[in-house]
Design a protein around this ligand. Structure first.
Ligand SMILES: *Cc1c(COP(=O)(O)O)cnc(C)c1O
Length: 393
């Protein structure tokens, strides 16, 4: 039997070249191969993030949650004000981290499946004295995407830094850090970056680095920008260095996965523009499939992400559907938003599988077969036919 296809919003399927890169005996953190891969990965991160030469990438062993914590404690001191754009599960986590940091947190929310209007965010920023604006680029619990360009500009207008949790978005959704004036964009390795779990990744703007220097509060040592800065500088200059052991196998694979992202081509487009467009078209083709099966999405209209779909169960069908889908060789995820878990399921379509339309067809086929088995009245073949009618890439 072929291995099941992992179509959850992270961890995701990885490319053969990435797998080959990390499936080696553990190398030393000061081996020439790791030093070269680390330096290359830092250079490539700036390109993938659309960040300036003056920005600072960080690669630290950890998870998305650790990356979030690192961002919070390096730019916000106890007593300072922060505004959080609340679009679901992970925005709530960010707000809780800020509270534990001793920050005064203002949440700007919206009903499930929606994002707050820019004017409401502006009003919260205008209340004054706000150190930083936090937003989840794509909330993995709802599939809602915000507009980081508009939010970063709003933060700037009010003298606040802008920090984006890109854990379910980075490398799948358009993001141009320098052009948009964002200050921190963070992610982890197991989502659209296309590696196994184990790395916390982020790029900080010069303004974010200055904010750390002027923080006037202690930062926990293991996540302090200023502890890690000399390490990143050393690897960039291809010198060995040590503060805390990096995840060496993953560093080798990171250089490869970032290289693959930058080698993307779609029509006339190259690099990250092509990578974002490939995800946009893959998501649009998947949405054709959902519509053909009579399924609705949790996010409203234009807010649906490219990296995943949060799909509502149709009438008469519930969480048993995900088991029926798994029985057909495809793993999808259940609902995550508190109180609504049993009303929808989630399908990741980011990274390597977006280069393999056959994997996406196989996913739709499995879901269609499972729906029919659960009594949903549709005809076999409608989802793939609709997928095939969408623009290709
Ligand atoms: C997955 C995810 C996280 C948490 O990442 P972990 O690696 O599980 O800690 C945070 N934010 C978003 C948007 C995510 O999708």
């Amino acid at each position: 039997m072929t291995a099941p296809l992992l179509m959850i919003p992270g961890p995701i399927e990885v490319s053969p070249a990435v797998q080959e890169a990390f499936c080696v005996p553990p190398p030393s953190h000061v081996s020439p191969k790791v030093i070269e891969a680390f330096g290359l990965a830092l250079e490539r991160m700036r390109e993938v993030w659309g960040a300036s030469a003056a920005s600072q990438p960080f690669v630290v062993a950890g998870s998305g949650t650790i990356a979030m914590e690192m961002a919070v404690v390096n730019v916000v001191a106890p007593g300072q004000r922060a505004v959080v754009v609340d679009t679901g599960y992970f925005s709530a986590r960010m707000a809780e981290m800020l509270r534990r940091r001793g920050a005064q947190v203002t949440m700007v929310g919206a009903p499930v499946g929606q994002a707050p209007a820019l004017e409401e965010v502006e009003a919260a920023l205008a209340a004054g004295g706000c150190k930083a604006l936090f937003a989840t680029h794509v909330d993995t619990s709802t599939g809602v995407r915000v507009d980081p360009e508009a939010l970063a500009a709003a933060a700037r207008r009010h003298g606040a830094l802008s920090i984006f949790d890109g854990v379910c978005a980075t490398a799948a959704e358009a993001f141009w850090m320098e052009r948009w004036g964002a200050d921190i964009y963070l992610t982890s390795s197991q989502k659209a970056i296309g590696l196994p779990a184990g790395l916390a990744l982020m790029v900080a703007s010069p303004e974010a680095m200055a904010a750390r220097r002027e923080l006037g509060a202690e930062v926990p040592m293991s996540v302090d920008f200023l502890e890690w800065l000399p390490i990143m500088t050393a690897y960039q200059e291809r010198r060995p260095s040590y503060f805390s052991t990096p995840a060496t196998n993953l560093i080798l694979a990171l250089a490869v996965s970032l290289g693959e992202l930058l080698a993307s081509r779609v029509g006339e487009l190259t690099g990250m523009a092509a990578c974002f467009e490939r995800h946009r078209r893959a998501a649009a083709a998947m949405r054709q499939g959902w519509a053909a099966m009579g399924l609705e999405l949790l996010p409203e209209g234009g807010l649906a992400a490219s990296s995943l779909s949060a799909v509502c169960y149709p009438q008469g069908v519930g969480p048993e559907l995900t088991r029926e889908i798994a029985a057909r060789g495809v793993i999808v995820a259940g609902g995550l938003y508190k109180g609504l878990q049993s009303t929808y399921f989630r399908v990741g379509h980011m990274g390597h599988t977006t280069t393999r339309p056959d994997d996406l067809r196989r996913t739709l086929e499995a879901i269609e077969g499972a729906l029919i088995a659960c009594g949903h009245p549709i005809e076999a073949g409608v989802a793939v036919a609709a997928f095939n009618a969408a623009p290709t890439w």
